[in-house]
Design a protein. Structure first.
Ligand SMILES: CC(=O)N[C@H](C=O)[C@@H](O)[C@H](O)[C@H](O)COP(=O)(O)O
Length: 237
């Protein structure tokens, strides 16, 4: 498929993602996969495997994936790894939109933003740039507030990663279900979806789409899990 010229109209994109898989193609600092060409290959693999969308971090990776993969693209820009770090300011959000993201994902938790902006201001700026906003939240109240402030989609991304949200081993499907029943915009299940069965269950619990990262695109983290499981076991006789 040939990519249509960018920018394109993002409004139909939530419908294109309904009941489908978005693959998060990211790598943490210091990881061998943190390489733009490698991330593009991951995104191409995701497309070949049937993903309906891609989620990617940082303007350079967003632009490179935009150039090669014709799928709805959720872009973010992580700055640090504590506090509000997912697309923390309007400046970060506009850079991600400018790089070619159709949907800009940004922290919409109830914590203060480093530039002092309100989430509604970030939403307005991204809309003016022609993209949609995915609100990354940790709690039900944050999801409801983000929808009221104009977010186009709500994602459970940050459940388990803020002081106000207890960490579970698996995905927060109760939050998916409660938000899906409460907000008038699509709710995306994201975070610690380890298996295809959990992804399907998230849709059954009301999610509009699912985002899967680590279980598909993180060989270092996956290796670590296997290595830890076999470490210390007695050698076979
Ligand atoms: C909390 C946070 O910073 N989440 C990030 C958001 O973009 C990514 O590091 C995750 O990989 C992504 O949310 C997908 O989740 P999982 O890798 O668990 O499938």
């Amino acid at each position: 498929m040939t990519a249509p010229p960018y920018p394109r109209d993002p409004k139909p994109l939530p419908d294109a993602l309904a009941g489908r898989l978005i693959v998060s193609c990211q790598a943490p600092p210091g990881d061998p996969m943190r390489d733009t060409a490698a991330l593009v290959l991951l995104a191409r693999c995701a497309q070949a495997g049937g993903a309906a969308g891609i989620r990617a971090n940082e303007p350079a990776a967003v632009a490179a994936i935009r150039a090669e993969v014709d799928l709805p693209l959720v872009g973010l820009w992580k700055d640090g790894d504590t506090g509000v770090y997912i697309t923390p300011t309007v400046r970060h959000a506009l850079a991600v939109a400018e790089a070619g993201a159709d949907i800009v994902a940004a922290d919409a938790t109830d914590r203060p933003r480093p530039d002092g902006s309100a989430f509604a201001g970030l939403v307005a700026a991204v809309h003016a740039a022609g993209a949609l906003v995915m609100a990354d939240v940790a709690t039900h109240a944050e999801g409801v507030a983000a929808a009221a402030q104009g977010a186009d989609l709500i994602s459970t991304t940050l459940s388990g990663y803020t002081p106000g949200s207890p960490r579970q081993d698996g995905p927060d499907l109760d939050l998916v279900a409660s938000l899906s029943a409460a907000v008038p915009v699509p709710v995306v299940a994201e975070g610690r979806l380890h298996t295809p069965e959990e992804a399907a269950e998230a849709l059954a619990r009301g999610a509009h789409s699912v985002v899967v990262g680590t279980a598909i695109t993180a060989p270092t983290a996956l290796t670590r899990r296997f290595a830890a499981a076999v470490a210390g076991t007695a050698p076979r006789p």
